[in-house]
Write a protein that binds this ligand. Structure first.
Ligand code: SF4
Ligand code: SF4
Length: 445
């Protein structure tokens, strides 16, 4: 049977075997935890606590009343040690709240299940989702309450749960589907109360047969009407919004539109899981699962950790490095961010830590473009990466925009395919950042 998919894309090695059978291990750290105030797409938070203040699990540490934002909550109980600049994953100093953990993990009393949650007004769900600090846990970190509040004229026909996890090496979503499937389905059912006319789809790449089987069995057992489990062809980047919409609905999706413009809302599996926990169980979204993997790691694992835990602690929990890594990424090899230090905290968008030795990192010298066109064939967005990169190098940002550079989803397919090892994705990333900075500057005038 031919499975749904999208045009273009690539087939990088999966390398998921290192952690695919590793059950999720829970870890409760001691000592200090660090909470950067910028953890979501949109407006960053400002600290709302002061040094010396006692906090509990779920206490608000940072907030921003802007529509597109989500609060930062404490994942531990303890005392605010400092409000200061600390190093974060991109290698930048950012405003952070530092909490000294008392090890008691006492939850703030306001965190209770939503009363009569199964029949509650769905508007209460959206309020709770925002209060719980829920964002897109697939890595995009877009505030979920905003995603679930489309303009009234947009009719939502599809609620797509993204269980694709097409990024090589990562298994945090796969393991969650195996170990927390019921809460994923029940979370989707709650979201379907907000959009009662929508069809629920749990989309999973066909390389996760166990997850597909578990989900199918539970959908049947729970009598989850109007929810289907849809296996998809294994192809990168199948989990990107555009590719997912095209594969599931069969309609073309233009990047300048929002998914809601074509009747779709896409939520990562962990996001839906957290929605259930926040509404039905009264838990704030203060933990996440991180896949710690790569051939430099002694014992790769999938670990559930409180947000704010140091990446170094996670690596130590995996037995440290068995070989010196030459590259450490936050995320997977295709879309991950290169890390300058492991003394940074786990944040809402940390899906994986990947440490690679020289053998697997395949660092090769950058050579001039051969005009082979492989990057063009690979690009799922129909862009011409070998044209975009020189435009960014020459700071021709208007031309970069005209050539569609802002539509780049930073999937890494072009870089992966390039025999000259051109940093094409980084070029697009830089180009997009420069254009956004120019737009902000123009708007401020
Ligand atoms: S140009 Fe952007 S969207 Fe196209 S392959 Fe490269 S990273 Fe992906
Ligand atoms: S794949 Fe690399 S070498 Fe080939 S055209 Fe693109 S940038 Fe040039």
């Amino acid at each position: 049977m031919r499975l749904p998919t999208f045009w273009g894309g690539i087939h990088p090695p999966q390398n998921k075997d290192l952690t695919v059978n590793e059950e999720i291990e829970s870890y409760l750290p001691k000592g200090e935890l660090v909470f950067p105030m910028a953890q979501n797409l949109g407006a960053p938070c400002s600290p709302v606590v002061a040094k010396g203040e006692r906090v509990l699990v779920g206490t608000r540490l940072g907030n921003n009343d802007a529509f597109v934002s989500a609060p930062i909550l404490s994942s531990v109980s303890g005392t605010v040690k400092d409000v200061t600049m600390r190093m974060t994953t991109p290698g930048m100093l950012e405003n952070c709240v530092v909490v000294e953990n008392d090890g008691l993990y006492e939850t703030a009393p306001e965190w209770k299940p939503l009363e009569n949650y199964e029949s509650a007004d769905p508007k209460e769900y959206i309020k709770r989702i925002r209060e719980a600090g829920i964002v897109g846990f697939g890595g995009a970190t877009f505030p979920t309450a905003v995603k679930l509040s489309p303009p009234p004229d947009k009719k939502i026909n599809w609620l797509i749960v993204n269980g694709v996890e097409c990024e090589p090496y990562l298994n945090c979503d796969n393991r969650l589907m195996l170990e927390g499937a019921e809460k994923v389905i029940k979370g989707l059912q709650l979201v379907m109360r907000i959009f009662p006319e929508a069809k629920g789809v749990i989309a999973i790449e066909n390389n996760k047969p166990q997850a597909i089987s578990v989900m199918n069995d539970l959908v049947a057992k729970l009598g989850a009407e109007n929810i289907i489990v849809q296996p998809l062809a294994v192809k990168y980047p199948q989990g990107a919004e555009k590719m997912l919409i095209e594969a599931i609905t069969g309609q073309e999706y233009i990047m300048t539109a929002l998914p809601a413009d074509v009747g779709c809302i896409i939520l990562n599996v962990r996001t839906v899981f957290q929605i259930y926990r926040a509404i039905a169980e009264g838990n704030p979204a203060t933990t996440r699962i991180v896949t710690v993997t790569g051939d430099a790691v002694a014992h790769p694992k999938n670990i559930k950790v409180p947000l704010g835990t140091s990446v170094r602690e996670l690596i130590n929990l995996c037995g440290g490095f068995k070989e010196q890594p030459v590259k450490i990424l936050s995320g997977g090899p295709m879309m991950g961010i290169s890390m300058r230090s492991i003394d940074v905290p786990v944040v809402k968008g940390t899906s994986g830590i990947l440490a690679l030795t020289a053998k697997s990192a395949m660092l090769k010298p950058i050579t001039p473009c051969l005009r082979c066109g492989r990057c063009v064939t690979a690009c799922p967005m129909g862009l011409v990466p070998n044209v975009l990169e020189p435009l960014v190098l020459e700071r021709l940002y208007t031309r970069f925009e005209e050539e569609g550079g802002m539509n780049c989803i930073e999937c890494g397919s072009c870089t992966y395919m390039c025999p000259a090892n051109r940093p094409l994705t980084q070029g697009c990333r830089d180009g997009k950042a420069s254009v956004m900075a120019m737009r902000r500057k123009a708007a401020a005038k």
